[in-house]
Design a protein around this ligand. Structure first.
Ligand code: SAM
Ligand code: MD0
Ligand code: SF4
Length: 349
C-alpha cells in the first residue's frame, strides 16, 4: 500500500490516510500494516521491549467513570489503601525483579482530593520510592492541581500519565461523568512544562467510531505525548457498562499499528491488564514496545481492568512474561538501558 510506503519513508500521514488504514479489513492489507509498524519499531528500538511495574496504592475514588470498577458507587469493588511501608516493600520487589519503571497509580481518593494540599501525601510516597529504588517513576494520580504536579516532579517523578480515553467530547462526557475535558488536557501540558514525559491513552470498544480513533491518535500526538496507548474496554460487574462486550483484539492491533505508523519513535504499551498474556504478543506484533501492569505476586495489589488476573500465579512478572517475549525474539531491556532512554528524552523537553 502506498500509504505504508509513505510512513516507512518517514513522512507524516494525513488524517485521511490514517482513516483509510483504520478501515482496512482484509487480511492481506492488515498483515502489511502490522509488518510496516514492526519495521518502524525496529528502526527506533531494535528488538528491545521495556517493562513497567504497577502499584495501585489506593482504590478509593471520588469519581464515577462509567467504565471503571473503582467508581464511587460500586460497593462491590476491591477497596484498600496501602501503607508507605507496604508500598516501599513492593517497590523493592519490583526493582529486584529487573523491571524498568515503577508506575505509582491511584484512584482519585477523597482523602487526597478533598484536601487542598492532599497531594503532599503522594509527594511523600514518590520521594520515598525514589530514594529506596532510584528507578524511573511514572505517576498516574488523576487530574490533580498544578502545585501537585510541580511537587511530584520535584519528588522524582519522570512520567505523568493521565488518559483522555477519547478526544470526542460527547463520548468523553458519557465516560468520565462530570469531569472537565479541557482540564484533563491541561494537566498533561502542565506536567510537560514542569519537565515530565507524558502519557496519554484511549479506550477502545466504548461506542467510538474509526474516525474517533484517528482524531484521538492525532490529538495525542499534537499534545506531544511520549507514550501513547490504547486500552480495550473490559466490562466490570456492577457498573453501568457491565453488559457491553469487550472489543475484538484485532481492533486493538489496528490501533496499535496506527499509533506506531504515526509515532514511530514513541513508546506504545501492551498492557497485561487487558487480557493477560493472551494479547501481549499480538499487540507487540502490531508495533507495541512496552509491557505494562506487571505486579509482584502475593501483595494483595490489584490491576485496573483485570483486578486479579495472573497476579498470584506469578505470571504477571518480568520472569513470567520472559519466555513469551523470547518466542518472538524480543529482548527485555535492562534498567540501565531504559534509564538512559528516559534521560535522553527529558533532555529534549
Ligand atoms: N484514577 C486515575 C485516572 O483515572 O486517571 C488513575 C488511572 S487508572 C486507575 C485508570 C485507567 O485505566 C483509565 O484511564 C482507563 O483508561 C483504564 N481503565 C479503567 N477501567 C477500565 C476498563 N474497565 N477497561 C479497560 N481499561 C480501563
Ligand atoms: C496498565 N493498569 O498499565 C495499568 C494502568 C496507569 N498508568 C496504567 C492503566 O495497564
Ligand atoms: Fe476513579 Fe480513575 Fe476509575 Fe475514573 S478511571 S472511576 S477516576 S479510578
Amino acid at each position: 500500500m502506498e500509504i505504508l510506503t509513505k510512513a516507512l519513508d518517514g513522512k507524516e500521514l494525513s488524517k485521511r490516510e490514517a482513516l483509510h488504514l483504520a478501515r482496512v479489513n482484509n487480511t492481506h492489507d492488515l498483515y502489511a500494516m502490522f509488518s510496516a509498524a514492526q519495521e518502524l519499531r525496529e528502526r527506533f528500538f531494535k528488538n528491545v521491549v521495556f517493562t513497567y511495574g504497577f502499584i495501585y496504592f489506593t482504590t478509593y475514588c471520588r469519581n464515577s467513570c462509567t467504565f471503571c470498577a473503582y467508581r464511587k458507587p460500586n460497593d462491590k469493588a476491591i477497596r484498600y489503601r496501602k501503607s508507605l511501608d507496604e508500598i516501599l516493600d513492593y517497590s523493592k520487589k519490583i526493582k529486584e525483579s529487573g523491571i524498568n519503571l515503577i508506575d505509582l497509580t491511584m484512584s482519585e481518593d477523597p482523602l487526597i482530593y478533598e484536601r487542598v494540599d492532599g497531594w503532599r501525601l503522594v509527594e511523600k510516597i514518590v520521594k520515598a520510592i525514589k530514594e529506596a529504588t532510584g528507578l524511573p517513576m511514572m505517576v498516574s494520580p488523576g487530574a490533580i492541581c498544578r502545585d501537585g504536579i510541580r511537587a511530584l516532579r520535584r519528588a522524582g517523578a519522570d512520567w505523568f500519565a493521565v488518559y483522555q480515553e477519547t478526544y470526542n467530547r460527547e463520548l468523553y462526557h458519557n465516560l468520565r461523568l462530570y469531569q472537565d475535558f479541557d482540564y484533563r488536557v491541561k494537566v498533561k501540558l502542565w506536567a510537560k512544562s514542569e519537565g515530565m514525559l507524558i502519557e496519554d491513552g484511549m479506550l477502545l470498544g466504548v461506542g467510538e467510531t474509526e474516525k474517533d480513533w484517528v482524531d484521538s491518535i492525532f490529538s495525542m500526538k499534537s499534545i506531544g505525548a511520549h507514550q501513547v496507548r490504547e486500552m480495550g474496554f473490559i466490562p466490570q460487574p456492577n457498573t453501568p457498562m457491565e453488559n457491553i462486550p469487550p472489543p475484538p483484539l484485532l481492533n486493538e492491533m489496528k490501533v496499535v499499528a496506527l499509533m506506531r505508523l504515526t509515532n514511530p519513535d514513541k513508546l506504545i504499551p501492551s498492557s497485561f491488564d487487558v487480557d493477560g498474556i493472551k494479547g501481549l504478543q499480538l499487540r507487540l506484533m502490531a508495533g507495541a514496545n512496552v509491557v505494562t501492569s506487571l505486579i509482584p505476586p502475593r501483595t494483595g495489589l490489584v490491576g485496573v481492568a483485570q483486578a486479579e488476573l495472573g497476579v498470584d500465579s506469578g505470571i504477571r512478572t518480568r520472569d513470567g512474561i520472559k519466555p513469551f517475549m523470547k518466542q518472538l525474539n524480543f529482548r527485555l531491556a535492562s534498567q540501565k538501558e531504559y534509564a538512559k532512554w528516559v534521560e535522553e528524552q527529558c533532555a529534549k523537553l
